[in-house]
Design a protein around this ligand. Structure first.
Ligand SMILES: NC(=O)c1ccc[n+]([C@@H]2O[C@H](COP(=O)([O-])OP(=O)(O)OC[C@H]3O[C@@H](n4cnc5c(N)ncnc54)[C@H](O)[C@@H]3O)[C@@H](O)[C@H]2O)c1
Length: 380
């Protein structure tokens, strides 16, 4: 049966990391079909991926510009493109597809410069296209339950936020050994490919986007320290933030924290209680109403009376994970696009769209500027 939408991908060969996750996630709800791609700048990797996914050889493109042009000209051209390349290419690729009139899903961080991010946002608006940025973690069911509970006043007025995203995969970079295998993937290490930040751009932006998603709070200003340990870009950062309502938060992101893998932990404290979510145990949400014992809310389990509980796909006790988080993001994006194409009302409120991408770029710049100015407060 023909699927309702067609999509293409730039980057994300079968040898890469996140593109494969995107493809699998889209396939959870079989409404969008992969029909074309420019999966790699390395011809053999592009071909291997096109073959693995049964792509018509005429729709395997050596160049993303050619792909945007050719797909825009086809009757049966793609409805959206997923961009899964390294950071330095996001801006030019996204711009090319927007100019061609094609909807975009782009990996984070959106791009290097604030002006570029704002240009992409304006272009999407002008062309009336749906532009999502895949921040991943809001896709988990219990993140959405957390957002609903905060909006429903379950923890009252927010008084403080504390969040971290910590990993240890670059711990060897603290003391690089002569002749040792490089651990920092080439493009992440080099400002030409990664931008002005490594760790903050890669995982600090997830904290910023997540807190905004679940609380609605926007950062007004921040003060930061970053640690490079002799490298060109940061591997660790501590960030104090002040939101637009005057409340403070503290963020820590690190790639040198021994014993931590993908430790995104977000704690939101209100005057009536607290909520805490941990990405490594994503099916649980820790809820402490003021004056009561902590409750462990479980995805698919009793006591989840929030609408977002409906995102749960497996019975309680069968763990869901990262693929499903991406699948939920794509489920909402594809639904919005189908409704929009049909001229019906559509809803993007559960998806991090291009405006969240713009905020992420501003956040990275503010952190780097503050760290360079001896941790001075920097307005966003
Ligand atoms: N949302 C998340 O949780 C998450 C997780 C990991 C990575 N990411 C983001 O995804 C992006 C890719 O990261 P990755 O870890 O998959 O990187 P990767 O290096 O594993 O993959 C990059 C892919 O892009 C391809 N590519 C490079 N130049 C190209 C070009 N000119 N045309 C077409 N393809 C090209 C490469 O061949 C490769 O297939 C980055 O922006 C990263 O920040 C996001």
């Amino acid at each position: 049966m023909a699927k309702e939408l067609r999509y293409g991908m730039v980057g994300g060969s079968v040898y890469a990391f996140i593109g494969e996750v995107h493809r699998k996630a889209i396939a959870f709800d079989p409404r969008a079909e992969l029909v074309c791609g420019c999966f790699s700048n390395i011809p053999s990797e592009n071909e291997d991926t096109a073959k693995a996914y049964g792509i018509d050889p005429g729709r395997m493109y050596a160049d993303y510009k050619e792909m945007a042009k050719a797909e825009a000209a086809r009757e049966d051209g793609i409805d959206f493109v997923s961009i899964c390349t390294p950071n330095f290419l996001h801006y030019e690729i996204a711009k090319e597809f927007l100019l061609a009139g094609i909807n975009v899903v782009c990996e984070k961080p959106l791009c290097f410069e604030v002006a570029q991010a704002e240009e992409l946002e304006a272009l999407a608006k002008e062309k009336d296209l749906l532009f999502a940025v895949t921040y991943t973690y809001p896709g988990y069911t219990m993140s959405r339950v957390m957002k609903d509970m905060i909006a429903a006043g379950k923890i009252g007025k927010i008084a403080a936020v504390n969040a971290e995203y910590v990993q240890d995969w670059l711990i060897n970079e603290l003391e690089p050994q002569e002749g040792a295998k490089e651990n920092l993937s080439v493009w992440r290490k080099d400002p030409k490919f990664s931008g002005i930040s490594n760790c903050v751009g890669d995982i600090g932006t997830h904290i910023e986007a997540y807190v905004n998603y679940v609380t609605g709070l926007k950062i007004k200003r921040l003060a930061a320290t970053t640690n490079k340990y002799g490298h060109a870009l940061d591997l660790n950062a501590n960030i104090l933030v002040e939101y637009d309502n005057g409340v403070n938060g503290a963020y820590w992101c690190s790639q040198i924290a021994a014993g931590h893998y993908n430790g995104l932990v977000v704690r939101v404290f209100g005057d009536q209680g607290a909520l805490e979510w941990r990405q490594e145990q994503p099916d649980y949400l820790y809820y402490t109403p003021k004056g009561q014992a902590m409750q462990v809310l479980t995805r698919g389990g009793n006591g989840i009376d929030q609408p977002a509980g409906g995102y749960s796909r497996l019975p309680v006790g069968h763990p869901e994970g990262l693929y499903v988080a991406f699948a939920n993001i794509y489920r909402d994006y594809v639904t919005a696009l189908i409704e929009k194409k049909a001229g019906r009302p559509y809803d993007t409120s559960s998806i991090t769209m291009v405006d969240a991408g713009v905020d992420g770029v501003k956040f990275v710049h503010a952190v780097v500027e503050s760290a360079e100015k001896d941790s001075a407060w920097v307005e966003l």
